[in-house]
Write a protein that binds this ligand. Sequence first.
Ligand code: ATP
Ligand code: FE2
Length: 324
Amino acid sequence: MIALGIESTAHTFGVSILNEKKILSNVKKSYVTDKGGIIPAKLAEHHVEVCDEVIKKSLKEAKINLDDIDLISFSQGPGLGHALRIGAIIARTLCLKTNKPIIGVNHCIAHLEIARLLTKAKDPVLLYASGANTQVIAYEGKKYRVFGETLDMGVGNFLDSFARYLELGFPGGPKIEQLAKNGKYIELPYVVKGMDVSFGGILTNIKQKYNKGTKKEDLCYSVQETVFSMLLEVSERAMAHCDKQELVLGGGVACNSRLKEMAESMCKERGAECFIPENQYLVDNAAMIAWLGLVEYKAGIRMKINETEIRPYERTDDIIVEWR
Ligand code: ATP
Ligand code: FE2
């Protein structure tokens, strides 16, 4: 079965084609800025502008004609309405044009399922650390349950906001990682509440420190050490609570080498395994959407076109996992 997946929850517009055995193509174009953050209306314009090119390139790389596709899937939520709407419209158009089935999938679960496909992880805890999302997720009783999450912004958006304050542009995570290499540790607030984390107070604190003359490099270094420790503390407790021996990382922030290193060392210390897919499958990508669509379809899930409305606030634990 050949599935085409469309990712369009935020800054990335992607199209991937795969079958049960192989990812045939995984093409994307992302909205970036030199200064300032995402403007939703501009983001939608970006996706409309690049969609034709991305679809054609994905078909070409996969050496597949549109008529050979057996299933169309797309990110139904959660995400930015402006972006989701473009992906959904394109998915519906392709579905009507080809007369093939359509499935809208949950973006967060797709991050976890692609990690299960590409690594040896069978029943992992997922630390999903991206721009808008920060959740610790594990499977229990027919659902992917959220064991801990951010109480305010996602860790990526937090890093991006700080980077914007330092006028480093978007995305800010990689720029903070670079500056951190020349920084030293200073103490910052450490905010874990039960199994949840929060970043708003830390953001205010580091902005104040920066205004009072603390070096950018030291702040970047200390931010990484502090917030990654918070994320891994919650992940470790979820692993202990659920008695799971595997951790997988997902989301764009997981591209960060320091987070990878800290995750690996935490797992090593507790005799667990840490699995990290390659970066192109950590960031938002369409392969995970095509894959989850295929998995759901094979499990018997079907969707009518009038059920393909976007779901910007869909929660990971709203979905009944019929495929496990
Ligand atoms: P979501 O999945 O919530 O829709 P998203 O659209 O923001 O998230 P991702 O591609 O998963 O998408 O992640 C992007 C985020 O990852 C940005 O906030 C970016 O700053 C961050 N990021 C990317 N590379 C790094 C890095 N090396 N270190 C830290 N953060 C990074
Ligand atoms: Fe994502």
